[in-house]
Design a protein around this ligand. Structure first.
Ligand code: BJW
Length: 255
């Protein structure tokens, strides 16, 4: 039987990670799958296999039916609050500590809105697609992450006469400018880039892998399934991140 993880490749990738000057990790929904948070596009278990994204995850949907969209996001917020970080999240936070303790640079770009990286102890996080825990006033743009769980009503009116909408980035909306600035800088100056648990189809996030490849960074991809950017990977591991990251972490922390 072919082993799930190629030991020699994993050793090489860990050596590259341990020796890198500047590391960037980009994560997607697959990293949280083993915590019980559904991905978006997986055929059987993905959120969008069961819900019509256009009805729920767009600004137009919110304007059309704010009660339905607010309730859907509030239910997801509660579900994520009940999930705990998995071995992959913990390994990434240990890798960050090991790398920064050696005076090297580490940046975690996440597309995830579940805040599980933060709860696992990661610190240098750039949230590209916002957060399920922040709600933004449509009148003032001010964000709050202390709203009661569950919300008292759907939609929830804001003090300024608007509504609270989920603080996530929907298709067609700009990503937070500061997040894009930090991510672009990190990707353009790294020498090792990990892309983990993302289908690599959503831009600009997927573009950071291309940026890193264009400046000659070595790429590690961790995903049970190939992606449109797998051809850029120096090492590709067809394994769940909750299995592969602890293995890399153990080797990096030993180096
Ligand atoms: C595992 C695993 C395990 C499973 N271990 N792995 C360039 C080209 C083409 C299009 C565009 C472009 N630039 C912009 C666009 C348009 C659009 C876009 O990308 N469209 C493409 C889809 C065609 N992008 C946008 O609209 C973005 N905005 C923008 O560009 O604005 C420009 C602008 C500028 C100025 C003014 C105005 C506008 C915004 C993108 C926002 C994305 N939002 C979402 C929803 C968030 C809200 C919510 O949560 O409901 O973000 S979409 C959804 O996809 C979510 C995710 O963060 C994102 C990425 O998904 P992800 O994380 O990759 O998940 P999946 O499910 O796709 O994949 C999971 C993977 O895990 C799979 O591969 C599995 O195999 C794997 N896996 N188990 C490891 N255990």
């Amino acid at each position: 039987m072919t082993p799930r993880i190629d030991e020699a490749a994993s050793r090489e990738a860990a050596e590259a990670l341990a020796g890198a000057r500047s590391v960037v990790a980009l994560t997607g929904a697959g990293v949280s799958a083993e915590s019980g948070v559904p991905t978006f596009r997986d055929a059987m278990t993905g959120l969008w296999a069961r819900f019509d994204a256009q009805r729920l995850a767009t600004r137009e949907a919110f304007e059309r039916d704010p009660a339905l969209v607010s309730r859907w996001y509030d239910e997801r917020r509660m579900r994520c609050a009940g999930c705990v970080p998995n071995a992959g999240h913990s390994a990434l936070s240990s890798i960050e500590r090991a790398i920064t303790a050696r005076g090297r640079s580490f940046t975690l770009l996440t597309q995830n809105v579940d805040r599980l990286h933060r709860r696992a102890g990661s610190e240098r996080i750039v949230e590209l697609h916002g957060s399920l825990f922040a709600w933004r006033c449509t009148a003032t743009g001010k964000e709050r992450d202390d709203l009661p769980m569950p919300l008292p009503c759907y939609p929830m009116p804001s003090e300024a006469g608007g509504l609270y909408r989920p603080g996530v980035v929907w298709f067609g909306e700009a990503l937070p400018a500061e997040a894009v600035r930090r991510a672009s800088l990190a990707a353009a100056s790294c020498d090792l880039f990990l892309t983990i648990g993302t289908s690599s189809v959503v831009y600009p996030a997927a573009g950071f892998v291309e940026t890193a490849a264009s400046v000659g960074a070595r790429i590690i991809e961790i995903n049970p399934h190939p992606t449109p950017l797998s051809h850029l990977a120096t090492w590709r591991f067809a394994a769940p991140s909750g299995e592969l990251l602890p293995q890399l972490c153990a080797r990096v922390c030993l180096e």
